[in-house]
Design a protein around this ligand. Structure first.
Ligand SMILES: NC(=O)c1ccc[n+]([C@@H]2O[C@H](COP(=O)([O-])OP(=O)(O)OC[C@H]3O[C@@H](n4cnc5c(N)ncnc54)[C@H](O)[C@@H]3O)[C@@H](O)[C@H]2O)c1
Length: 329
């Protein structure tokens, strides 16, 4: 594909136009201000749908968004001038990075920026699951006042799958609560776990020992679900599963079956296979009394959004600078 040459603003000869960006999701104003200061002409259209994006993306050098729309080959191909895809967030599995790479498009994000916010949500979901706070609230609001017996978390074992930014912070917070923390990752992190006073185990042992399982793995490269029927089979009866990573980490039918049989005691999730949910099985899961679901709010705090915007701006800025240097060479 013939890509139009890139021209920068304000650097003398060869100036033809400003760089252009379309921002398709709500982002912190500081990111928009940064792009404007960098001389980028920004169209801010939060909520732009896929068809509109495909129609319009041909006019832009940059696409900035969050996780709402999958940025696939069709969108990338329609972006004839596209040079940078910026994800104002942590994971980039909604972007076909391999395909973008074949077009020489840089993909940048904001790793680590939401760590504390997501880790706090994990703790909140864990306490809500162990004490039934959501069902208690809705019962009382419905005029029924009744106490359910909960469990204490101190002394229980949490198995954390994915020992990266968020998994590590979850491990620290759970340790402070008095939980026994075991961790797993596809990368060998025995030493790190040992330094933190935790055990690094394979998944089989982690499922076998955990009262609570927190999914904090990345899903880049589209690996299949880690929580499937075989994994649930290995779990303790009534285990609490918490998912703030990605819905694809959990097989929908298996978790449905696990909840129905009682093998999974509670499923607390911030992420759904469709957001909002639409699959009949998914709706059945959402409506289960043993399920707590939040609307992908893990990174949705003032603090995390400000950090995401600052880091994304910084990384997009670096990518712009690299492009301009290449254009001058
Ligand atoms: N709920 C939200 O709003 C929200 C916000 C931010 C991040 N996230 C998600 O949280 C997850 C963790 O984010 P992070 O910043 O800690 O990422 P990270 O890249 O720092 O850590 C992820 C870890 O998972 C490991 N991993 C990958 N596949 C694995 C597997 N099959 N088994 C075990 N470990 C595996 C990686 O090796 C890595 O160490 C990501 O999926 C991210 O998309 C969700």
């Amino acid at each position: 594909m013939q890509i139009e040459p890139l021209y920068s603003v304000g650097t003398g000869a060869g100036i033809k136009r400003s760089l252009t960006a379309v921002v398709i999701d709500n982002v912190d104003n500081s990111l928009l201000d940064y792009l404007a200061k960098k001389g980028v002409a920004v169209d801010y259209v939060p909520g732009m749908n896929r068809d509109e994006l495909i129609r319009k993306i041909g006019a832009y050098d940059m696409l900035v968004g969050r996780s709402r729309l999958p940025i696939d080959a069709q969108i990338i191909d329609a972006g004839k001038r596209l040079r940078i895809i910026g994800r104002a967030g942590v994971g980039i599995e909604n972007i076909d990075t391999a395909y973008a790479g074949t077009r020489g498009i840089r993909v940048v994000n904001a790793p680590g920026a939401a760590t504390q916010s997501v880790a706090e949500l994990v703790v909140g979901l864990m306490v809500s699951s162990s004490r039934g706070t959501f069902s208690d609230t809705s019962r009382i609001k419905g005029g029924r006042y009744r106490k359910d017996l909960g469990i204490e978390l101190a002394g229980k074992t949490i198995g954390i799958i994915g020992f990266g930014h968020i998994g590590t912070r979850v491990a620290q917070l759970c340790s402070a609560i008095g939980m026994d923390v075991i961790v797993n990752d596809i990368v060998d992190m025995h030493d790190k776990a040992q330094r933190m006073g935790m055990r690094f185990l394979d998944k089989t042992r982690l499922y076998d020992e955990s009262d609570v399982i927190s999914l904090n793995l990345s899903m880049e490269g589209n690996r299949g679900p880690v929580i499937d029927a075989a994994a649930i089979d290995l779990m303790k009866e009534g285990a609490i599963v918490i998912n703030t990573a990605r819905a694809a980490a959990v097989d929908m039918k298996s978790i449905h079956d696990g909840l129905t049989s009682g093998k999974v005691g509670f499923y607390a999730t911030d992420v759904l296979w469709h957001e909002p949910p639409k699959d009949p099985l998914e709706l059945d899961i959402v409506n289960n009394d043993k399920v707590i679901v939040t609307s992908h709010i893990g990174a949705n705090t003032k603090e995390a959004q400000a950090r995401v915007a600052a880091l994304a701006a910084n990384n997009i800025g670096d990518a712009i600078d690299e492009l301009l240097i290449e254009a001058e060479e």
